[in-house]
Design a protein around this ligand. Structure first.
Ligand code: PRP
Ligand code: HPA
Length: 178
């Protein structure tokens, strides 16, 4: 309901001038500290993707783990982490993505996703969409099908939804901020 979404929105603290002057940082850790808000965020995401044939949830290091893992449990499917370089012990695929300054990489275990998997990507926040674009490429290289990405927060001024749409991804977010 609109009231539930307003409750979630109000649980997210906004921090001026972090990490740099002029940035208003939306801090999802305050939502996690409130057990009712945390539980509600997971329930609403599970409700939305239940009965859609999802077979795996992928979450991206680090904050994507906090929401992706409980959503996977709620859907009754496995959770697969996408991690920063050098953290995963088995054979991996790697994709580079743009940071504000320079590039970084994300990795996925090659054998964690297989042909026929229908994957839901979960992250705490959608900004430019670069992180999730790289994540989607990794899932497709592993043979998975991915059409949906779910977020707690969408920073809509950064146009992440359009960027993901161009990759064939339908985005859904519980809370929207400019
Ligand atoms: C943040 C956030 C998203 C990503 C969104 O993660 O948790 O994953 O940035 O930005 P984008 O849409 O522009 O790619 P960050 O890279 O700061 O890593 P962390 O979760 O480890 O803090
Ligand atoms: N909050 C958290 N993560 C972010 C933000 C924000 O406002 N902007 C880009 N990444």
């Amino acid at each position: 309901t609109a009231q539930q979404l307003e409750f979630l929105k109000n649980s997210i603290k906004s921090i001026p001038d972090y990490p740099k002057p002029g940035i208003l940082f939306r801090d999802v850790t305050s939502l996690l500290e409130d057990p009712q808000a945390f539980a509600l965020s997971i329930e609403l995401l599970v409700e939305r993707y239940r009965d859609m044939g999802i077979t795996k949830v992928v979450g991206t290091e680090a904050r994507g783990f906090l929401f992706g893992a409980p959503v996977a449990l709620g859907l009754g499917v496995g959770f697969v982490p996408v991690r920063k370089p050098g953290k995963l012990p088995r054979k991996t695929f790697a994709e580079s993505y743009e940071l504000e300054y320079g590039t970084d990489q994300l990795e996925l275990h090659c054998d964690a996703i297989s042909a026929g998997d229908r994957v839901l990507v979960v992250d705490d926040l959608l900004a430019t969409g670069g992180t999730i674009e790289a994540t989607v490429k990794l899932i497709r290289r592993a043979g998975g099908e991915v059409k949906h990405a779910a977020f707690v927060i969408n920073l809509f001024d950064l146009s992440g939804e359009a960027r993901l749409k161009a990759q064939g991804i339908e985005s859904f977010s519980l809370v929207n901020f400019p």
